[in-house]
Design a protein around this ligand. Structure first.
Ligand code: PMP
Length: 431
């Protein structure tokens, strides 16, 4: 495929935007080459500036679970836009989406809307610190919770791809309050708790990780964290920015039947508009201003266009729970097809999958934490990425990302994707 116009647009962008992009991982730095500039998208497809049609497995990094330009979402946004795009005053639709979210997600009484997943996680940690009157947090290597200072300590995703796990600009003072553990290592978390008695405010994690590829919690891991938090008076935060309204209507809490104290959302909850949210039971949420002492605010929070998009999205997911089964079935089909194509050419790989999240690692051993995810063969991934792109299949330009399956993908699209993998496989590293 030809990407001439994309390259020209990228060259122009670099004069006025750092690296030509507004979020680093978009720049293809990990895989080489110039990023694709999108013109429009519909359903399962992206249409780029050179007139190529690409099957999309990124889906705006998660939000477009029903495909691009999903009509009820588009209609809701267009209708709202005619009536004013922001007021900075309360609107009824904020209560409507809050009521629906509270109904769908277990264990939450109230929810506060913000503008991104970063804001949601940042605010959730502040709330946990305010509530417990403690400073330290435990996070896991390879989990990404946005680009707020406290989290840029061995974050996954772009922060890993760019080799800046500890970003300059994050002060030592901030970094010292973030204690790191390995994902799926309960014993280590226990040791950290014991070494920091009465100091840990919260444990934050992606209950199913998606920012070091897709990594599932080991049996008993989430339950163990729940017990440790209870034993030590700390709050458990599930960052469900990626998994919320995706793995089940009520997220991982519902799917795995473990309750967090605070849950954060982003991506799907905004239907593709800039939305994040955090939620908890009354006792915790009433610690927030204006009721309680913990400050948190936003000029555009609860924006009417964003709320309209989110409400249309959540309403669809709430009304048709079969969507989640369909997504899982499609993902399983893709998994089998890809594995078969790679096995045929003896390409060493591991595929992780849950619901509509899947990742292909060019690693021989099981991928269960950040260290094992890092063992994947990067050169092989680069070839894989560019090979697929050339065949019109667009996956994330980094080995540390998850693919997102959407309801808009047809089995024909999945077969096209599997055929593309089969075509690329002979060029990948042999066993
Ligand atoms: N948490 C998780 C689990 C995420 O995947 C992301 C985004 N990839 C964030 C937080 C940050 O969200 P945002 O990019 O909307 O700030």
């Amino acid at each position: 495929m030809i990407y001439k116009r994309s390259s020209a647009l990228f060259a122009e962008a670099q004069h006025v935007i750092p690296g030509g992009v507004n979020s680093p991982v978009r720049a293809f730095k990990a895989v080489g080459g110039d990023p694709v500039f999108v013109k429009e998208a519909k359903g399962a497809y992206l249409y780029d500036e050179d007139g190529n049609r690409l099957i999309d497995y990124i889906n705006s990094w998660g939000p477009m679970i029903l495909g691009h330009a999903y009509q009820p979402v588009v209609d809701a946004v267009v209708e709202k836009a005619q009536k004013g795009t922001s007021f900075g005053m309360p609107t009824e639709i904020e209560t409507k989406i809050a009521e629906l979210a509270v109904k769908m997600v277990p264990g939450i009484d109230k929810i506060r809307f913000v503008n991104s997943g970063t804001e949601a996680c940042m605010s959730a940690v502040r709330l946990a610190r305010g509530f417990t009157k403690r400073d330290k947090i435990i996070k896991f290597a390879g989990c990404y919770h946005g680009h707020s200072d406290s989290f840029l300590i061995q974050a996954g995703s772009g922060a890993v791809t760019f080799g800046s796990p500890n970003s300059p600009g994050v002060t030592q003072g901030t970094a010292k309050d973030t204690l790191l553990a390995e994902y799926n290592n309960l014993e280590q978390v226990k040791e950290i708790f014991e070494a920091n008695t009465d100091e840990i405010a919260t444990v934050i994690l992606e209950p199913v990780a998606g920012n070091m590829g897709c990594i599932l919690p080991a049996e008993g891991f989430l339950e163990g964290l729940r017990e440790l938090c209870d034993a030590h008076g700390a709050l458990l935060i599930f960052d469900e920015v990626m998994t919320g309204f995706r793995l089940a209507p009520g997220g991982v809490q519902e799917l795995m039947n473990v309750r967090a104290d605070i849950v954060t959302f982003g991506k799907v909850i905004g239907g593709g508009l800039p939305v994040g949210a955090f939620a908890a039971r009354n006792e915790i949420m009433d610690y927030l201003a204006p009721v309680g002492p913990v400050y948190q605010a936003g000029t555009l929070s609860g924006n009417p266009l964003a709320m309209a998009a989110g409400l249309a999205m959540l309403t669809t997911l709430d009304n048709d729970k079969k969507i989640f089964n369909r997504l899982s079935e499609k993902t399983e089909y893709l998994h089998k097809g890809i594995a078969e194509a790679l096995n045929k050419h003896n390409v060493v790989h591991t595929i992780n999958r849950l619901g509509s999240m899947i990742s292909v690692h060019f690693a021989a051993e099981p991928v269960t934490d950040f260290a094992s995810a890092s063992k994947g063969a990067n050169e092989t991934f680069k070839k894989f990425f560019h090979g697929l792109l050339n065949e019109g299949v667009y996956i994330a330009p980094s080995a540390y990302e998850t693919w997102f399956i959407t309801d808009a993908l047809s089995y024909e699209d999945l077969d096209t994707t599997i055929a593309a993998v089969a075509k690329v496989a002979p060029d990948l590293k042999e066993k």
